[in-house]
Structures are given as C-alpha cells and as structure tokens.
Write a protein that binds this ligand. Structure first.
Ligand SMILES: *[C@@H]1O[C@H](CO)[C@@H](O)[C@H](O)[C@H]1NC(C)=O
Ligand SMILES: *[C@@H]1O[C@H](CO)[C@@H](O)[C@H](O)[C@H]1NC(C)=O
Ligand SMILES: *[C@@H]1O[C@H](CO)[C@@H](O)[C@H](O)[C@H]1NC(C)=O
Ligand SMILES: *[C@@H]1O[C@H](CO)[C@@H](O)[C@H](O)[C@H]1NC(C)=O
Ligand SMILES: *[C@@H]1O[C@H](CO)[C@@H](O)[C@H](O)[C@H]1NC(C)=O
Ligand SMILES: *[C@@H]1O[C@H](CO)[C@@H](O)[C@H](O)[C@H]1NC(C)=O
Ligand SMILES: *[C@@H]1O[C@H](CO)[C@@H](O)[C@H](O)[C@H]1NC(C)=O
Ligand SMILES: *[C@@H]1O[C@H](CO)[C@@H](O)[C@H](O)[C@H]1NC(C)=O
Length: 581
C-alpha cells in the first residue's frame, strides 16, 4: 500500500545482464554510428572533453564545502559552488567494486566483483565480455587516458587499461603504492610478502620517478596529456589519485614535508590527521592545476569536470588514513552513509543550470550512460546496464527516474543493502566483520579552534579564476557560498552526546530523509511494516541474480623479485615465465 505512493519501477530487475549482440547487428550499428557522428559534426556538435578526477578513501567531512574548516579545498569547493553539488551520490563500499561499477555501469555483484579489493599477484580482472567506459567512449572518437590507479587486475596484458579501451596509462595497477617509492606489496602467506615497483608507463616500469611525490607526478603527467592533446578531438582523462589512500606498507600518509604539515594544521589534534589534511590539500591543488591548464588550452569551455571520492573514509582499522565521515555513521567497507554516500561535484559550462545543489538519487554506475549521452552517443548502445542516463537530471535539475540503488550484496560477508523510494529508505541486512566499522568516527572539524572558512581562497583559486573567465560564467559571491555551505552541512543530524549503538545483524531500516545519520533503526516500527516487507522482497530478488565472488589466492608465480622487483603481467608468460627473461 505505502509503496505505491513512491515512484517504483517494476522493470528495474533485469533477469540477467545481456552483453552480447550478434555480429550482423553489430556491423549495422557501427555503420549507423558513423552516420550519426557525421551528422552531429555537420550540425556543429562538438563532443565535450571529459575530465574525471577520483580521490581515494576520502570522507564526507574532508571537504570545505561540506561545512568543516579543517582542510582547505578551495578548488574543489569552487567546482561545487560554480557547478553542481551531487548531494545524494552513492558509490560502492570499497575501491575495486567502485571502479568496476564506474567503468562498466553494472552493479558489481552481477559479475562477482562485490567483495574484496584485488590483491597484487591475484589473477582476477573485469569480465572481458563487459565493455568498459573507455571502450565505449573510444568508439565515439575520444582520446582515452588514465593516470594513476587502475585496481582492476593485471595478471595478463589483455586485462590492463591499455587493452581495455585506454590509449595510455601512466600509474599503478594495484590498490595503492608508496607515495614516493611506488612499491606495492601483497601478503602471499603470513610469512612472506611479495613487493615490487608498480609504476608503469603502459607496460614500462618507471624507476626514474622514485622520490617524486605521487600527487605531483600524476598531476604533471595529466597536464602533459592536456598540453599535447589535439584539441580537434575530444579528450577523456581519468585522473585517479593515490591521495588519500595510505601508501607504503598500507600505513604511510605521504606528504612532501611532514614538519610543514604539522605547522600548517596545528589546530588539528591528531598528528596523523594533520598529514592527511596536507594529502587532501595537495590533491585539491592538483584539481586547480588541471582546470587552469584546460583554460589555457581553451578546452574548458567545452569540458565536463567531475570530482568524487571512490568510497568513504578509512578513519580506523586496516589502511587507517584518519579521514572523516562525520557526522555520518560507518566507514569504508560498510553500506552505511559513511561508507557509500560519496562526495561528488561536477562543473561544466554545458550544464544549463549551474551553481546549485542537486538532490536527486544518483549512483556511480550512472556516469557511464550519462557521459556517453553527453558525448553524443545513443544510450541504448550500452545494452542492459544498471546505470541510467542522468544528463537532464544534472543539467536541468530534472527529477530522476532512478528510485532505487542496490548498494551491494556480499554473500561471503553476509552483508547486503538496498536504497529505495528515491533514496528515502535504506534496508541493511548484516554487517561487515561483526560491525567493526559500524560506529561513528572521525574529527568533526568543529572543535572551536579551527580557522574561519576562507571564502577568499575559494574566490581566488585557480579553478574559480579559470571558470570566471568563461563567457558563460556563474556568479558566485560570499553570500551564495555561505548559504550553499549551510544547506549541505549535516551537523544537525546527530546529537554528539547521544548516539545509540545499532547492530544491523538482523536488518536495519533507516529513513534517510529524516535521519541521514542513521541513528534510529525502524525495522520494528509497526508503521513501516509494509515498506520493510517490500524492501526485503526486492533485496531477495537481487540475490537470485548474484554471481559468486571470484576472489583468488595470490599466485605464487607472480613474485616480482623474479623480474627486477617489478610487478609484471606474469601470466602472459606461463608459470615459468621468469626463466625466459
Ligand atoms: C586466470 O583467470 C582467468 C579468468 O578467470 C582464467 O581463465 C585463467 O585460467 C586463470 N589463469 C591461471 C593461471 O589460473
Ligand atoms: C601462519 O599460518 C600457519 C598456517 O595457516 C599457522 O599455523 C601459523 O600459526 C601462522 N603464523 C602466524 C604467525 O600467524
Ligand atoms: C607483509 O607486509 C605487511 C604490510 O607491510 C606487514 O604488516 C606484514 O608484517 C608483512 N608480513 C611479512 C611476513 O613480512
Ligand atoms: C620543510 O618545511 C620546513 C618548514 O617550512 C623547512 O624549514 C624545511 O626546510 C622543509 N624541509 C624540506 C626537506 O624541504
Ligand atoms: C537510439 O537507438 C535505438 C535503438 O537502436 C533507436 O530506437 C532510437 O531511435 C535511437 N535514438 C536516437 C535519438 O537516435
Ligand atoms: C531543483 O529541484 C528541486 C526539486 O524539484 C527544487 O526543490 C529546487 O529548488 C531546484 N533547484 C534549482 C536550482 O532549480
Ligand atoms: C539476509 O542475509 C542472509 C545472509 O546473511 C540471507 O540468507 C538472506 O537471504 C538475506 N535476506 C534478504 C531479504 O536479503
Ligand atoms: C632494475 O631495478 C633497479 C632498481 O632496483 C633499477 O635502477 C633498474 O633500472 C632496473 N633495471 C631495469 C632493466 O629496469
């Protein structure tokens, strides 16, 4: 009964994702494709450049525009105020699933990618019959470049970025590397680690950059790509930062100058968070440099720039980076808001509406169809995927047709979740590792000793200056910034001194419209009985189409010490490959 009051699509559950089309149909489509491209060029449609910048393990509370004064992020804030703040943008709970969802537009649980991130030396990769965003956009004529992290497998050459649609990749294949030494490690057994250099230019190991700070290096390579880009062609650049994941040995919070970081952020209590603040600040500088470069090359006027964090913060536990999801509940690895409600901003002069907060439900899988559409493609080419085209939703603040998101189903962890009724209700079934990350963590950034929010720094940022130079500029000022920031700030949603412990072992239901901090479990509320039943049924239907996880042991033959301590696509050469080197 209640459920019918909400927009509900009965066809949101494809029985199975179909990816194959017969060859003749394919050929016909290619011809049609070329005809459409020729037509678009004739009417003066110029495909936009797409610049996607991803931060790693950064929390909701680590960006100035969300209301905390601890970490200065003037460039990202300038994108936010001039562009669109995606207030209800959801990601997956960890790196590999998020990146898989981004690049395929398909929920990871459909192809066995719902669980653990890929370890170096593990033979696991994106299914070859699922096209990637890079392959799809390349077909539309884009130059495709990846700088930084991949994390979707590297056992064979044919599963790496340059064989999955990118023209170039400078960066690393693993989940993280050292900020200065670019070494990636993996535990083979509890007594042996494999360690090797994981910095590659396509397939060439890049020892010569050891000692250079990762954020600077990846920025430099990105600027180089923009500089050399033939502006007659559309550019796609995915800049996937190491920042702010932990680096070397999974514990490094890498900054160029530790003394300086402690001096600059002395108002922050934890010394590790001071370093973290500088890691995020350096990444924000990078955003400014990229936007400035696009402006210098006159590419900004026809660009779409998107920034988001791949998942929530890792305030505690393994890979602890001292990020903060405050005031939300939960961390990376959880399906609570702290884990999956992503920080996301987008700016483009091509958006009809700019300078506003978009409150429509959006999922990371939506970027593929949205960008494909923006690039002039026909979204029906993408087949039966979970992502939906949200271009109109963003550009015009139209209402979305997405009413639900399957957050994940991890059948090994016994942990799943679903968002429904336009993001109002969240059903959770289970916990991650007995709920070790289900509490509230992280610095509030509202301790009274922080400096004031530096609005001038936002207005004077390279990003704002570049945007203001465009004819189609958006007017922003102190008042607009203050008002916007107040509206996205969720400080009100939790009583600091009274936050109940909740276990979702036996299901939780949260009403996010009224309780974004997930403080009240409504699962036993008699008024919510019918919604609970409906959501449980919905979730159960998704279980039916799950592909079990494909996680594998680290392959003993991947040992980088056999190859001058460099990670390499070892399975291209058979089990004894190293003997032929
Ligand atoms: C690596 O994984 C692929 C895909 O699952 C499989 O076809 C191949 O046999 C595996 N190789 C080895 C050596 O296990
Ligand atoms: C390492 O693993 C072996 C076999 O699983 C186990 O017997 C041993 O206790 C472990 N050692 C440590 C230090 O955890
Ligand atoms: C392997 O590396 C991890 C992370 O650096 C470390 O915690 C662990 O002790 C190492 N194990 C061995 C056996 O060296
Ligand atoms: C780090 O910063 C401090 C304070 O600004 C400065 O005195 C020092 O020379 C710097 N160290 C390095 C290695 O650059
Ligand atoms: C997109 O493709 C579908 C199926 O090929 C077709 O029916 C539709 O008309 C196309 N839309 C546009 C705008 O070309
Ligand atoms: C966007 O749409 C929402 C919901 O319809 C509305 O409340 C809001 O005022 C709109 N914002 C802008 C800037 O159009
Ligand atoms: C809840 O999770 C358990 C596994 O922990 C699973 O057996 C059950 O089917 C799930 N129920 C729903 C409604 O998703
Ligand atoms: C082998 O590794 C060393 C660093 O340990 C590096 O200096 C050297 O260039 C590497 N050799 C090749 C051929 O890559």
């Amino acid at each position: 009964m209640i459920i019918s009051r909400y927009r509900y699509k009965s066809d949101t559950l494809p029985q199975k994702c179909k990816y194959t089309v017969n060859v003749r149909y394919k050929a016909m489509r290619i011809v049609l494709f070329l005809a459409i491209i020729a037509f678009q060029e004739a009417i003066g449609f110029k495909k936009p450049n797409i610049i996607l910048i991803i931060g790693d393990d950064e929390g909701w509370n680590d960006f100035g525009f969300h209301g905390s004064n601890q970490i200065p992020t003037p460039n990202i804030d300038a994108l936010a105020y001039n562009g669109i703040i995606l207030d209800k943008f959801y990601t997956q709970q960890t790196c590999t699933p998020s990146r898989a969802a981004l690049l395929t537009g398909v929920y990871p649980f459909r192809f066995g990618f719902q669980g653990k991130p890929i370890n170096p030396g593990e033979n696991r990769s994106l299914p070859l019959d699922t096209p990637t965003m890079a392959e799809q956009l390349k077909k539309l004529g884009y130059s495709m470049h990846l700088v930084g992290k991949w994390h979707l497998g590297a056992a064979y050459k044919h599963v790496t970025p340059t064989r999955r649609g990118f023209d170039s990749h400078f960066g690393y294949w693993a989940g993280f590397v050292g900020y200065f030494d670019y070494m990636a490690s993996t535990e083979l057994t509890n007594t042996t680690n494999y360690t090797g250099l994981d910095l590659h230019d396509n397939f060439e190991p890049q020892w010569q950059y050891q000692g250079q700070y990762a954020t600077d290096l990846f920025t430099e390579k990105s600027l180089d790509i923009i500089d050399k880009h033939n502006a007659d062609k559309p550019l796609f650049l995915l800049l996937a930062h190491l920042a702010a994941h932990t680096g070397k040995d999974g514990i490094e919070i890498g900054v160029p100058n530790i003394t300086e970081a402690h001096e600059k952020y002395k108002y922050i209590d934890r010394k590790e968070r001071r370093q973290y603040a500088e890691v995020v600040k350096k990444m924000d500088d990078s955003v400014g440099e990229v936007v400035q470069k696009l402006s210098h090359r006159k590419m900004l006027e026809n660009s779409i720039i998107i920034f988001f964090s791949d998942n929530g913060a890792q305030t505690e536990g393994m890979f602890q980076n001292f990020g903060s999801a405050w005031p939300f509940r939960g961390l990376k690895f959880t399906l609570l808001e702290g884990g999956v409600r992503g920080t996301c901003v987008a700016y483009s002069p091509l958006f009809e509406k700019r300078g506003y907060i978009n409150k429509e439900l959006m999922h990371i899988t939506d970027w593929l169809p949205t960008l494909y559409h923006a690039a002039g493609g026909n979204v029906s080419d993408l087949g039966n995927i979970d992502g939906i085209n949200q271009w109109e939703v963003l550009s015009r603040n139209a209402s979305t047709s997405r009413s639900e998101i399957l957050l994940n189903i991890d059948e090994v962890d016994d942990y799943s979740g679903l968002l429904s009724c336009n993001g109002r209700y969240k059903l959770i079934n289970g916990t991650h590792k007995d709920g070790i990350y289900d509490w509230y963590y992280g610095d509030s950034g509202r301790n009274g000793n922080e400096p004031e929010y530096d609005i001038q720094a936002v207005l004077n940022s390279p990003t704002n200056i570049a945007i203001q130079k465009l004819n189609s500029n958006t007017h922003i000022d102190q008042e607009i910034i203050r008002r916007t920031r107040e509206e996205v700030d969720r400080s009100w949603c939790r009583d600091k001194n009274d936050t109940p412990k909740i276990s979702c072992q036996d299901f939780c239901l949260f009403d996010l419209d009224h309780d974004p901090c997930e403080t009240k479990n409504l699962i036993d509320d008699p008024n919510k009985r019918s919604i609970v039943v409906a959501l449980k049924n919905k979730l159960a239907e998704y279980y039916e189409v799950l592909t079990p996880q494909l996680t594998k042991q680290v392959d003993i033959n991947s040992d980088p010490s056999r190859c001058n301590n460099t990670w390499y696509t070892w399975l291209d050469y058979g089990a004894n490959w190293f003997k032929n080197l």
